[in-house]
Design a protein around this ligand. Structure first.
Ligand SMILES: Cc1ncc(COP(=O)(O)O)c(C=O)c1O
Length: 459
């Protein structure tokens, strides 16, 4: 897997001189794809290059672009490819399903086994429903919450991301000038085209600020159906909940009869086998999963407490979809969860990540670069804050040194280490990076030395 990737080869700087194929593909794409891309997020994944890298192959923890440049992949399709690329077990599960047929539009036995597996792995889950992307599952959970409570408004936190669809694409990343006072942040649509009526139904609060949250809840309690949140804010550089904050939200929701919803689209089956619910030991009423659940196949789910999901079961809250629970993606998810459930899989992922975090902290310390690392070994991000302190909430990241992150990220890319171009996103580790994998030792050693050199580049 790591056969062609050597320290010497990756040390040659000047990716711009080695990516002519990507450049040509982007020119071609621009003629037929709006903006040359298939998702707005990809507009910002290019870093210093004036075009994206076109990745044509992946194996284990490595990916190759159209010019044959090889990278250790810590983007992992935003954390989805948790077993690594072309995992042998996943390949055989999928191949068996291809042989049996991929889609019938009927009930199938694999979706049942997958739902059973989720209910076994995640605390507080009695009933689930499948869909195909995170955004779709968000829509399902929000509708379920509104249907159960007969209330309309949803409280979300500034800087948390819950998909591109209208329902919660509010105040994802507002500019400082537009975000209003901290005590009562403004609801800012993330895009043109979102109706004002939807914006008005989303109340924004500052993460990790109890007094402000309590005041906002006092004001809107009678209209609120739910509080929704990213338990580790993957879209805000893995900002963690301060100790007691999730417990505080749980208590507020219970007392005020609101639902607590965890968006576990990133954290699910990654932070721990039972996701953030298990990791923090604070159980929400509803959860939403995607990414890691499918090991790289498009599948998502929402689910939770029996009584909250009963209107969905009774079909008074409608939820549908042609591709929901299709056997191909369900088979991929079943195999992925089976493997993540095995002792040692998540631990190896965690260990590899811990080794990288340690390298970042050590080189930042040695080179006197103020920097903090947030998250856990399975998903984390470094942030160049002036005082080296972790972020508390969204507005802190606006003050971080994004130019320094850009230099650091580009230096890593030049050395064959592929991470998200956005400093608000995270590094993801897969089982293929883990210490038990043949390439694991190489990945760790190479990435650690690249980190040290990238830190030097931005010191
Ligand atoms: C926390 C979170 N929620 C929701 C979504 C939306 O998922 P999708 O892109 O599959 O629609 C994302 C995507 O990155 C996410 O990170």
């Amino acid at each position: 897997m790591a056969a062609s990737l050597t320290h010497e080869k990756l040390s040659e700087l000047g990716l711009i001189h080695r990516t002519d194929e990507s450049k040509a593909w982007f020119a071609r794409a621009n003629k037929v794809l709006a903006g040359g891309i298939s998702s707005s997020a990809r507009a910002s994944t290019t870093g210093d290059l004036p075009y994206p890298l076109y990745i044509t192959r992946g194996a284990g923890s490595h990916i190759w672009d159209a010019d044959g440049n090889e990278f250790i992949d810590y983007l992992l399709s935003y954390g989805s490819v948790i077993l690594g690329h072309q995992d042998a077990g996943l390949k055989s599960a999928i191949t068996a399903q291809l042989d049996a047929g991929t889609m019938f539009g009927t009930c199938n036995t694999i979706e049942v086994q997958l739902a059973e597996q989720i209910c076994r792995m995640v605390p507080g889950v009695d009933l689930v429903r499948f869909s195909n992307s995170g955004s779709e599952a968000i829509c399902g959970a929000v509708r379920a919450a509104r249907g159960f409570t007969s209330k309309t408004k949803i409280l979300k936190f500034e800087g948390h991301y819950h998909g591109w669809v209208d329902v919660l694409a509010i105040s994802n990343r507002p500019a400082a000038a537009e975000s209003g006072p901290l005590d009562h942040p403004a609801s800012q649509p993330h895009s043109r085209g979102i109706p004002q009526g939807i914006v008005n139904d989303v109340i924004i609060a500052p993460w990790n600020h109890r007094r402000q949250v309590e005041n906002i809840l006092d004001q809107f309690e009678s209209d609120l159906a739910a509080i929704v949140l990213e338990p580790v804010v993957a879209n805000n550089a893995c900002t963690m909940p301060e100790p007691g904050f999730l417990e505080f939200l749980r208590e507020q929701c219970t007392r005020r009869k609101l639902l607590l919803i965890y968006d576990e689209i990133v954290t699910g089956f990654r932070l721990a086998r039972g996701g953030a619910a298990e990791y923090f030991g604070v159980i929400p009423d509803l959860m939403i999963w995607s990414k890691a659940i499918g090991g790289g196949f498009p599948i998502s789910a929402f689910g939770g407490r029996r009584d909250v999901m009963l209107p969905v079961a009774a079909n008074t809250v409608k939820h549908g979809g042609t591709y929901n629970g299709n056997p191909l993606c369900a088979a991929a998810a079943l195999e992925t969860l089976r493997r993540l459930g095995e002792p040692g899989t998540l631990e190896a992922i965690q260990n590899h990540g811990d080794g990288l975090i340690e390298a970042i902290k050590r080189s930042a310390h040695d080179l006197h670069v103020p920097c903090c690392v947030q998250g856990t070994g399975t998903m984390f991000q470094l942030v160049f804050t002036d005082d080296g302190q972790p972020l508390r909430h969204y507005r802190d990241i606006l003050k971080a040194n994004s130019a320094r992150y850009g230099v650091f990220r580009q230096a890593l890319l030049e050395m064959g280490v592929h991470i998200n171009n956005s400093g608000s996103a995270c590094w993801f580790v897969s089982a293929a990076h883990g210490a038990n994998d043949a390439a694991g030792g190489f990945d760790l050693a190479h990435t650690r030395s690249a980190i040290e050199r990238a830190m030097r580049a931005c010191a």
